[in-house]
Design a protein around this ligand. Structure first.
Ligand SMILES: Cc1ncc(COP(=O)(O)O)c(C=O)c1O
Length: 366
């Protein structure tokens, strides 16, 4: 080959490690010849998609030849109603990961600093580096985003901070008052992406931040939410950002006109209204988390204080080997070596049958 695409690629992309997603079920079935495989690797909804969303997609099928509404009017109305905000504060994206990229595209100039926590969600690095932003990694404190160290890392070159609350994969999170104290001290022209992918699972936590209130006090915040977790629509790719209208205006200028599928938008509207599915998901998650905590404690396996819909556990040995053994049992989880946690696995909370299967398999392989 007389052309080197690697040499031609932007410097910042050449050295970028590709994101390692959870292994798909079909791949494990193909590679290991096992039929009965369960996936607890990507924090998906074990109950599947909201039934109301499925019905809405069926109704939308006849419209598939038409482009979607580029303004996302109906979904923005539904989100605006839910949050009691104005539709011009909303930006839609194909999942929150696509919103991180839009934010990078709109706001990060080559060479500017973007602060990410040590165990911060991997996509933050990608969304920074593709725009030639400079990733500044702040060492974690108690597995979470060290806000004090972040304030110290801020310089005139800092453009943006990615803060997942709770964080994936460590589940660490900050409460409302802690974030207020942080924003009080942070220069007001630094954008903070408050990634709330798991916020809906935090309803039992009294001090979980009221991010709408934070945004009203600190307009430099961009909140991101997803339909991939609570609503079970990860395969459709749909999420949204809430911000000051001027930030949303900038984001909507860089978004491609038809960045969100019509099926995704109708499904999202229906899912917001599917209170039975939401309640069933939260109840199952509570039950599963309690079960994991009890079983792991009985097995003397350490785990990080959980939040969201997953558990991060320390198997106290090479997690890659444990991961491979679990695959042979037909159980897909996520090894965290890539995050610099070589003895940790992340396991999603599934149905109770799936949770039991994971625990039995873990017991067997350990
Ligand atoms: C913390 C965090 N943020 C964002 C995402 C991306 O979600 P989406 O499916 O909306 O792109 C995930 C997905 O696992 C996540 O864990």
């Amino acid at each position: 080959m007389s052309i080197s695409f690697t040499a031609l690629a932007n410097e910042s992309i050449r050295h970028l490690a590709p994101y390692q997603p959870g292994k798909p079920i079909s791949e494990v079935q193909r590679e290991l010849g096992i039929k009965d495989v369960i996936k607890l690797a990507s924090n998906e909804n074990p109950l599947g998609a909201s039934p109301k969303a499925l019905a809405a997609i069926k109704n939308q099928i006849n419209e598939l030849a038409l482009y979607p509404d580029a303004s996302g009017h109906d979904l923005k109305q539904a989100i605006a109603k839910l949050w009691q905000i104005q539709p011009d504060q909303i930006t839609l994206g194909a999942g929150s990961e696509a919103l991180f990229v839009l934010i990078g595209q709109a706001f990060v100039k080559p060479g500017q600093d973007v602060i990410i926590s040590q165990y911060g969600f991997a996509t933050f690095t990608i969304a920074t580096r593709i725009f030639q932003g400079n990733v500044v990694t702040v060492p974690a404190k108690e597995w979470g985003h060290d806000l004090e160290a972040t304030l110290k890392a801020v310089t005139p070159n800092t453009r943006l901070i990615f803060l997942a609350n709770p964080n994936n994969p460590t589940a660490a999170w900050h409460d409302h008052d802690t974030l207020v104290k942080f924003f009080e001290r942070l220069p007001s022209d630094i954008i903070v992406v408050l990634d709330e992918a798991y916020a809906e699972f935090m309803t039992d936590e009294k001090n979980y931040p009221d991010s709408k209130k934070l945004l009203s006090q600190y307009p430099n915040i961009i909140i991101t939410r997803t339909f991939s977790k609570l609503h079970g629509l990860a395969g459709l790719r749909i999420g949204y950002a809430i911000s000051h209208p001027e930030a949303a205006d900038m984001l909507n200028r860089v978004k491609l006109p038809f960045n969100v599928a019509s099926t995704a938008m109708v499904a999202a509207i229906a899912a917001l209204d599917d209170h039975d599915h939401i309640e069933a998901t939260l109840n199952l998650n509570r039950e599963g988390m309690q079960y994991y905590k009890e079983e792991l404690t009985k097995m003397h396996i350490a785990f990080l204080p959980p939040a969201g819909n997953f558990m991060t556990i320390d198997v106290a040995r090479d997690c890659g080997a444990v991961y491979q053994s679990l695959l042979r049992e037909g159980v897909i989880v996520r090894p965290l070596t890539g995050y610099g946690l070589p003895t940790f696995l992340r396991v999603s909370i599934g149905t109770m049958t799936e949770n039991q299967r994971f625990i039995q398999s873990l017991r067997k392989v350990l």
